[in-house]
Design a protein around this ligand. Structure first.
Ligand code: IPM
Ligand code: MG
Length: 386
């Protein structure tokens, strides 16, 4: 056999070994952590790059204000984690420097600022995206992205599978010859079952009546086919919920269809389709800058803004004017996730007042508007009056 086919087989073999190991780990996994049973919840605050530290520290102030009593009693502890910067990741040639990963693992939940993903042509080595690495390392398999536009009757919750599909070995495809390259997409029974159950359980506990799977199972028959088959099987256990499925191409079109789109409620989908469709969905709400994102696993959970790190704002000395709303929104999701529902609702309400109805301060991203710290002060004084 030619050498290049032999070499490719060996590389492919290694990928399969890694993925089979992951299957074994998933088989051992127990239930979701119960925050109520913990004597202390550690909230990690990981600023990331660019404007990240500036906006994340403001979100931390707001959360500390809302959780003041429980911080005093020792029930809540904040832990600031520096070092998830592109400079340090480049220097250590690691998606997440090992010491930073250790610190992340000492937390229960993490509030994360944006991190830079190097592109071809950037001055950085091609390290893997810190987001993607964190999702894998902490096994944050459910990427939950809500999109709400009440005046249009839109209330969608996306359950994007977050550790498999095209992302599982996304940085490990290879060129077999100069002319032939291959990437791989991965599906497992364990990984598919847990995301589909998470979507149905969310629907059930939140009074939703419909869960929709989005795949391209007519073409990607093995991996998407399995996702869809398992969806149909698991749906039978939830007889009160309507389960239907769409292909990603027509779903992308239907989200623009004003008559039909209101009908979707919970959508569950493989990683790459989830990545794409949630950007489209967030655009109707005002853009990706307005959307928060929860990355949930059984042991850890991470909450983040889904916009970029805006290094230019830092270069121009404007990071103090960056808009902290999206990471504060991620903070509101974090509060709800660990059981502080009332505090979370207060925060959402205050955000609406400060950004829509009252709007006493405006953030422009420059010195023509408020600083992030001034906005956080405004938010806290608004909460005080609720
Ligand atoms: C997202 C982003 C990430 C992804 C990037 C930054 C790696 O687009 O969170 O949707 O592709 O998942
Ligand atoms: Mg994306």
């Amino acid at each position: 056999m030619t050498d290049y086919i032999q070499a490719a087989k060996e590389q492919f073999g290694k990928l399969l070994e890694e993925q089979l190991k992951r299957v074994e780990i998933m088989k051992q996994q127990g239930n979701f952590i119960n925050y109520k049973e913990l004597s202390k919840i550690v909230i990690g605050v990981c600023g990331g790059d660019g404007i990240g530290p500036a906006i994340t520290s403001q979100a931390q102030r707001v959360l500390e204000y809302l959780l003041a009593d429980d911080i005093k009693s020792g029930k809540i502890q904040f832990k600031v984690i520096d070092g998830l910067t592109i400079e340090r990741r480049a220097a250590e040639d690691a998606a997440i420097p090992p010491a930073v990963l250790e610190e992340l693992k000492e937390c229960h939940v993490i509030l994360k600022g944006p991190t830079t993903t190097p592109r071809k042509g950037d001055p950085w080595p091609n390290v893997e995206s810190a987001n993607v690495a964190m999702r894998k390392e902490l096994d944050l398999f459910a990427n939950v992205r809500p999109v709400r536009i009440p005046e249009q009757g839109i209330d969608w919750t996306f359950y994007r599978e977050n550790t498999e599909g095209a992302y599982a070995v996304g940085s490990k495809g290879f060129h077999v010859t100069e002319d032939l390259g291959v990437d791989f997409t991965v599906v497992t029974s364990q990984g598919t079952e847990r995301i589909i159950r998470a979507a149905f359980d969310f629907a059930k506990t939140n009074g939703k009546t419909r869960v929709t799977a989005v795949t391209k199972a007519n073409i990607i028959k093995t991996t998407d086919g399995k996702f869809l088959d398992m969806f149909r099987e698991i749906a039978k256990e939830y007889p009160d919920i309507t389960a239907d499925d769409w292909y990603i191409d027509i779903m992308t079109a239907k989200l623009v269809d004003e008559k039909r789109r209101k009908d979707f409620q919970v959508l569950v989908l493989p990683n790459l389709y989830g990545d794409i469709l949630t950007d489209e969905a967030a655009e109707f709400q005002g853009g990706v800058g307005t959307a928060g994102s929860a990355n949930i696993g059984k042991r850890y959970a991470m909450f983040e803004a889904i916009h970029g790190s805006a290094p230019r704002m830092v270069d121009e000395g404007r990071d103090i004017y960056a808009d902290p709303c999206s990471v504060i929104r991620a903070g509101a999701m974090l509060l709800a996730h660990i059981g502080y529902t009332a505090e979370s609702e207060k925060l959402y309400k205050a955000l609406d007042i400060c950004t829509i109805t009252e709007k006493k301060l405006v953030i422009t991203g420059r010195n023509t508007g408020a600083t992030s710290a001034e906005f956080a002060d405004y938010l806290m004084s608004t909460i005080e009056k609720l």
